[in-house]
Write a protein that binds this ligand. Sequence first.
Ligand code: ATP
Ligand code: MG
Length: 432
Amino acid sequence: MEAKAARAPEKLQAVRGMNDVLPDEAALWERFEDAARRVFALYGYRNLRVPIVEPTPLFVRAIGEVTDVVEKEMYTFEDKLSGESLTLRPEATAGIVRAAIEHSLCYERPQRVWLAGAMFRHERPQKGRYRQFHQFDAEALGFPGPDVDAEQMVMLARLWRDLGLADSIRLHVNSIGDAGERRAHRAALVAHFERHGSALDDDSRRRLHTNPLRILDSKNEAMREVIESAPKLLDRLGTESRAHFDGLQALLAEAGLAFEVNPRLVRGLDYYNRTVFEFVTDRLGAQGTVAGGGRYDGLFEQLGGKPTPACGFGMGIERMILLLRESGAGCAGAPLAYLVHAGTAAAPLARRVAEMLRDAGIGVVLNAGGGSFKSQMKKADASGARFALVVGDDEAASGTVGVKALREAGEQVALPAVELAPWLAAQTRPND
Ligand code: ATP
Ligand code: MG
């Protein structure tokens, strides 16, 4: 790095591809997060939290050396104080499995867990693709499936319904078999791509002999045809993998969940086997996958644990928020009431009233910093609150509070301070 001496200080800005979420937007995030947490709890998933930073070898071993994520997208750095190589987590599963092994989480019984938080990948920033992004992630640890595999898809479908998005999201499923089946398929795959060597891009040519399955996950449009015509692993599944996949499809059908079998679906991380799935939308352009996951029965052993079958998925929050916006969702997170007050006798009553309302669970913004009634009423209006509450010296003398509806017509009414909380509570609507 070159030193930049004697220059005017540069304007400080967020790192490229890493975004601020301002309050208006964050209100929609909260709405989404509340819905996801509620739905996950309905299925018995419990929250688990792991560090954002992990030793680099964890991700290299879990995700696979010859993958986009490990080859070119990881934020890896040396901890100068210890000399250790650390990485900002690019995905959640590796850390969760590391934690499950470290704490023998599945020793007595299998576990359903979820995690929400920031992930980091050095990708080219564009709509729906960022360098810091956020996921909701759910993992069923210690279950051979296909029951929990289907349950996760049913759970996500419930979330789409709750959010009013069911019509814009479709489910793709596939089975990529077991390691042995993939090895047997590999020769046919390599032969196909060698026959069409000139159609391959540099990455794919390099991966032809190290990780040919990865070629199927390429997003390069120019390679679409050669990928479409490749032999399908789905046609070569062994008896057990076939039965697992048939079982999954029967469960999805029983649940009334529409799905498409997509034999090209492989996913970008190496740890998957058997079930893989993605929920996709046409409404976000190229970044159409809103959630993706699958089974990873070998990962625990690969990371030094006991054999533990497992299945999980990650869901990109930014893409969900974009989709909610596309669907016209708005949510400003406004308080129910804004309390304006002027006068020395009014201020203590105003503070007392505000705390009384909060005792009753009613959100109220208490005007701060003074100002005339008129300017305070302007702030009340701009806050998005449905009601302005007014306390002047007259009200202070009579122990009443003026209530004025800001979003509907109506005269200001006066209520005794003690009646205010029940009166407002009766006015709340589901979205307040
Ligand atoms: P894509 O194919 O779009 O690159 P992926 O297969 O790399 O996605 P996963 O590793 O399965 O994604 O992560 C699960 C979800 O996280 C994705 O379906 C997507 O919603 C979200 N996601 C992944 N990478 C990004 C990113 N760089 N920015 C925003 N969201 C992302
Ligand atoms: Mg990706």
